[in-house]
Design a protein around this ligand. Sequence first.
Ligand SMILES: [Zn+2]
Length: 164
Amino acid sequence: MICEMCGKNVPSTRPVFIDGARLSVCPNCARFGDENRGNARGGGAGASPTVIEQRLERRNRRMQTKNVYDGNDNVHIVDGYGEIIRKAHTARGMDLKQFAESIGEKQGLLAKVEAETLIPDDKLVKKIEKALDIKLTEVVASGGSVGGGSRNDKMTLANFIKKE
Ligand SMILES: [Zn+2]
């Protein structure tokens, strides 16, 4: 077999990674390469670009969950929605437990929504809006500067690394 590095004809060659290229080389040349590099890629101490991209994507998704409603960039859940809900069912003479029962939802779930630690999903928002005759969403003009969308667009990889 011919060593792809030095060109010598040798009984056996082994695959190594040299500058990112996979070469079949003689045992003598193998020491110049990094045999384990293929396996080590993506692991190791330093985060590879792929790992960073994945984290960035997760982060963006998280931010979208907070800012974007129903997969539509132009419809957002209003600020203070928890307070709106609480006032609305209180005004109807229902405490949280009664309100939860009236719409067939768990009290604990609605408590989180009222505390705004949980963003209600599309279905729940519609249910609450209908039950209390309130509006929990607002349409944001497309191309406008309102909301998190524009902020996300400006977020660069450099910002992300610095913050993390
Ligand atoms: Zn060689």
